[in-house]
Design a protein around this ligand. Structure first.
Ligand code: NAD
Length: 310
């Protein structure tokens, strides 16, 4: 069986191209650009890269990007005060706080709850989550929304199919279940306490892995002919890579040999080829789609706040 690669770079480029035209229309109608604000507190290097990618994507489509960069030492009150200011600011249409917060002792829920629902571009506010599950929502969290866009772009059948999501986080696993259910899949969520993960996963016509464990899912988890969507992002080095991944004739082995590290998903990339019918790899699959969906969500909220028909 030929495995079709779901190319997130290509599809996200197409999504951004459409958004660019809509942004121009919005700007002509309102006399200002749509605005996205990101509050980033701390110095986590991965977060800094994510914020940069968001900024770059905004610039590429003409969305006004505002970064509130706070130090590691920022108090919860400082973060909440920044949210309050942006909630009131008319030129800000979408607002998010880059997670994780600088200290695990900060109350993440308090921060998320403080964001005005009308500007909740990540879709993490409890009211946004309720709207998503009830079907009243106009946006969905960016990563699962990106997965749906990829599946639809490649015509992967969803209605009536069995979907298994491995991982039950609030930002990926749970909203992913809501979106697949909305498209009439029969949905199972598996997690760290699930018993006999391989047999649960082998039922899946659509398998979504969102765990954070390099290569957790192998051949024994994949139903032949299925769609395998890898959300996980894990950094491996020559020291902790499995022997098969170090083979320099493989893509991953070549990267490891060249740089000493590589990014790998939760699915063993060597287990998919020729078994799955569709495969969204890491990198180049869901990652670029996530940023594109953030930009799309910003535009949707901007239109809604300005009474422009969606
Ligand atoms: P999380 O840590 O919040 O949740 C992980 C989930 O995996 C948990 O629900 C847990 O029950 C489950 N799990 C852990 N060990 C397991 C096991 N052995 N078997 C089955 N389930 C197990 O993680 P998250 O925030 O949902 O992120 C998951 C992965 O997705 C991470 O690698 C993260 O970096 C990546 N991610 C990627 C994007 C993207 O844009 N591509 C966005 C968000 C997260």
């Amino acid at each position: 069986m030929n495995t079709m690669i779901l190319d997130g770079r290509k599809i996200s480029g197409q999504v951004l191209e459409t958004i660019r035209e809509d942004v121009m229309e919005f700007t002509e109608l309102t006399g200002r650009q749509p605005g996205l604000a990101v509050i980033h507190a701390g110095s986590d290097p991965a977060s800094a890269v994510y914020v940069k990618n968001k900024q770059k994507a905004c610039k590429s489509v003409g969305i006004d990007f505002r970064l509130i960069d706070l130090p590691d030492t920022a108090s919860p009150e400082t973060i909440l005060a920044a949210i309050d200011r942006l909630n009131e600011m008319d030129s800000c249409d979408g607002l998010l706080v880059q997670l994780p917060l600088p200290s695990p002792e900060f109350n993440e829920n308090e921060v998320i709850h403080r964001i005005a629902v009308a500007k909740d571009v990540d879709g993490f506010h409890p009211e946004s989550i309720g709207n998503l599950w009830s079907g009243a929502g106009i946006i969905a969290p960016c990563t699962p929304a990106g997965v749906m866009e990829l599946l639809k772009s490649y015509g992967v059948p969803i209605a009536g199919k069995s979907a298994v999501i491995v991982g039950r986080s609030n930002i990926v696993g749970k909203p992913m279940a809501a979106l697949l259910l909305r498209e009439h899949a029969t949905v199972t969520i598996a997690h760290s306490r699930s018993v006999d993960l391989p047999s649960i996963c082998r039922q899946a016509d659509i398998l979504v892995a969102a765990v954070g464990k390099p290569g957790l899912l192998g051949r024994e988890h994949i139903k032949p002919g299925s769609a395998v969507i890898d959300v996980g992002i894990n950094r491996i080095t020559l020291d902790n890579a499995r022997a098969a991944w170090r083979d320099p004739d493989t893509e991953i082995g070549a990267k490891l040999a060249a740089k000493g590290f590589a990014l790998i998903g939760d699915v063993d990339p060597l287990a998919v080829d020729g078994v799955a019918a569709w495969y969204s790899p890491v990198p180049g699959g869901v990652g670029p789609m996530t940023v594109a969906m953030l930009i799309k969500n910003t535009l949707i909220l901007a239109k809604k706040r300005n009474g422009i028909t969606l």
